[in-house]
Design a protein around this ligand. Structure first.
Ligand code: SF4
Ligand code: SF4
Length: 354
């Protein structure tokens, strides 16, 4: 029998999904409830509202995901451990044979929860870090006393040798600690990633952008953390397919909100197909039509843009910020221009001030 490495297996699976236009990966936001109040958060409420899906509704959606061929399921929130039925949901997904991933802030991880996570067989646990010190971490989370539970939760996961990655959203409030956070995390023997992109809330509120780094500061951080060519520690951007909506959303991926809405992605909350009124299979057809039917308007400059190969703007960024997917946002144009300049000049020392 031919044996494939995990990397080759997932690469060929993704290629097959692209070819057949089948949904291979799902992000499932189990709740908007969260015990933290991060300043940059795109979560519209942080509270558990009555319209969130019941356990039975979640089970039914998971069954339907398995039926349409979903292989990888990422559970996130809010904070997933706010839901009391979270392990019943994990067990159900595990029984369906899907590969499971989890995103959490770790502040609710106790030794008992870490033991149960060991049984749940997650492929990866992505833990968010908001600062290397108590002051900065709690400035971002807005929650005094949250740094201690975060460190203890993280240590519980590490001591059980669970597959942890620690990710830092870098913003104006914590950029001065990104190097220290990397040292802290790597000193624990864990892989560190960071991301400099901050997005509007899913309801269009742009207040998180007040905490976004300037384009010049983003480039400085990338150069100081990675060097001009090494992208290994940066969060991986969505792959591009050459269409108007260029990412994998609606091609091989989709997302589900805590209210049972099926969307292109967590950060691209459309078309809000209601899974309480229809099925995942029907919703996938609606998502495909949404992507295929999206057309640029007169504001669309990308095909002639000379920094397109550097651009990190997604159609969702323009849509969330302005309601128009076609527009070029000045922030991203400036960022792409600076990145291009830095790579051409190859003078990272000009930018190295982190
Ligand atoms: S932990 Fe995550 S969901 Fe909770 S407030 Fe922070 S960014 Fe938002
Ligand atoms: S910088 Fe603006 S015009 Fe250029 S590719 Fe990005 S979004 Fe399009």
């Amino acid at each position: 029998m031919k044996r494939l490495s995990p990397h080759r297996f997932f690469t060929s699976l993704a290629a097959k999904a692209r070819e057949t236009r089948m949904p291979e990966t799902v992000t499932f936001e189990l709740t908007y409830g969260c015990n933290l109040r991060c300043v940059h958060c795109y979560n519209p409420t942080h509270r558990v509202l009555p319209q969130e899906l019941s356990t039975e509704e979640v089970f039914s959606i998971l069954d339907q995901c398995a039926d349409v061929g979903v292989v990888t399921l990422t559970f996130t929130g809010g904070e997933p451990f706010v839901r009391p039925d979270v392990f019943a949901i994990f067990e159900h997904a595990k029984r369906l044979g899907m590969l499971l991933e989890l995103i959490s802030n770790a502040t609710r991880i106790t030794p008992e929860i870490a033991d149960r996570l060991q049984q749940a067989n997650f492929r990866s646990l992505a833990i968010s870090i908001y600062g290397a010190t108590k002051d900065t971490y709690e400035l971002v989370t807005g929650m005094p006393g949250s740094f201690g539970p975060f460190i203890r939760g993280l240590e519980c996961l590490i001591s059980r040798r669970l597959p942890v990655i620690v990710r830092m959203p870098v913003m104006t409030d914590n950029a001065h600690e990104v190097q220290d956070a990397r040292t802290l995390v790597e000193g624990m023997g864990i892989r560190f990633q960071y991301c400099v992109d901050i997005h509007p809330k899913t309801n269009g509120d742009t207040s998180p952008l007040l905490h976004r780094l300037s384009p010049a500061d983003k480039v400085r951080i990338d150069l100081a953390m990675l060097g001009p060519r090494d992208q290994a520690a940066a969060d991986e951007p969505c792959a591009r397919n050459g269409g108007f909506i260029e990412c994998a959303c609606g091609q091989t991926k989709f997302a589900i909100t805590p209210y049972g809405e099926m969307n292109l992605c967590q950060g691209f909350p459309m078309p809000k197909y209601d899974l309480r009124k229809g099925t995942v299979k029907e919703g996938w057809e609606v998502l495909k039509q949404t992507v295929d039917g999206a057309r640029p308007n007169d504001h669309y400059e990308c095909p002639t843009c000379d920094v397109r190969d550097r651009c990190r703007q997604g159609r969702n960024d323009a849509w969330l910020a302005t309601g128009d997917m076609s527009v070029c946002l000045p922030h991203y144009k400036e960022l792409a221009t600076l990145e291009k300049k830095a790579s051409e000049l190859d003078v990272p020392s000009l930018f190295r001030r982190v």
